[in-house]
Design a protein around this ligand. Structure first.
Ligand SMILES: [Zn+2]
Length: 297
């Protein structure tokens, strides 16, 4: 009698344990791929036939990088897509990448945009409001280093969905040492009251919004902090100014979570130089998509 009871108990316990393991595996899988999503953000600046430093990428290298990303299964996403994932749970591609370019150089349109189109990729450009379409710097009167496109020049690319143009501030792309604004990027100046500081940032954001107006067909949603200077106070004010997504120059990966709008703020970015091969770029990003990188092999 006693041994019969044991015979019945043991398989039941094994079955229950098996079910528990399966359930846990399921929860684990959901937690990994359900409502969270890694998002690498790449940073570029100028494009030219000769690379003089880490901010200049040659067309050949850029084409190689974009082709490698595409072949590695990456899909370039837009700022509105990223926001929709977080706010509404709208699905993103399995391997999304947000490609960004700072300062609004003409080469973004003449060199990079055709390569983006050819490889099926897209990018978000952060343009400096006061320099847009200008030939001379407003403060020094010196000729500008490289052509900065006027918003209208980007229109054909914006219409095709290859390019979006967002904010790199109106006139805060300056260092205190330049001797004009007295401030480093969007940083609060010594002795500046909290209210004066808040007003300065809101005024600058309003100036950018006004200059952009309806000259760019997309919605103004994102801001890149000049020189990567930012803090919680600045970011809170920029949120008030209507920027739903902000990016820094901190080299780190981002993890998006549906329903958590804080994950859209102060995103890290990987600077991509002319020394980065397409293969090295894909290897670097694949590190953050271990499951998908595995299934490829
Ligand atoms: Zn910049």
């Amino acid at each position: 009698m006693k041994s019969k009871k044991t015979d019945w108990k043991l398989p039941a316990i094994i079955l229950l344990a098996l079910l528990l393991i399966l359930e846990m595996a399921d929860i684990y899988r959901l937690a990994r791929s359900g409502d969270t999503q890694p998002l690498p953000v790449l940073m570029y600046h100028h494009f030219a036939d000769v690379s003089t430093d880490g901010t200049v990428v040659t067309p050949g290298r850029f084409r190689e990088q974009m082709t490698a990303l595409r072949e590695g299964g990456y899909e370039a996403v837009t700022v509105p897509q990223v926001i929709a994932f977080v706010r509404e749970g709208a699905p993103l591609p399995d391997k999304p990448v947000l490609i960004t370019m700072d300062d609004g150089y003409g080469s973004n349109l003449t060199v990079a945009a055709p390569i983006l189109e050819e490889t099926g990729m897209r990018a978000t450009i952060f343009s400096i409001g006061i320099n847009e379409g200008e030939e001379y710097y407003a403060h020094s009167g010196e000729p500008m280093w490289q052509h900065r496109f006027a918003f209208e020049e980007a229109s054909p690319w914006v219409e095709k969905g290859v390019i979006d143009v967002q904010s790199h501030t109106f006139d805060m792309h300056q260092l205190e040492s330049y001797g004009y604004s007295g401030r480093d990027g969007v940083r609060r100046m010594r002795g500046e009251s909290a209210e004066d500081y808040r007003r300065a940032l809101l005024d600058d954001a309003a100036a950018f919004r006004e200059r952009r107006g309806d000259r760019v067909a997309t919605e103004l949603l994102a801001l890149a902090y000049p020189f990567g200077y930012y803090d919680m106070e600045a970011d809170k004010i920029m949120g008030e100014a209507g920027y739903q997504l902000t990016v820094t120059i901190d080299e780190r990966m981002n993890r998006l979570r549906a329903g958590d709008e804080a994950c859209l703020r102060m995103l890290g970015r990987f600077n991509v130089t002319d020394h980065t091969t397409g293969e090295a770029l894909v290897d670097r990003l694949d590190h953050y998509f271990p499951d998908l990188a595995e299934s490829k092999k």
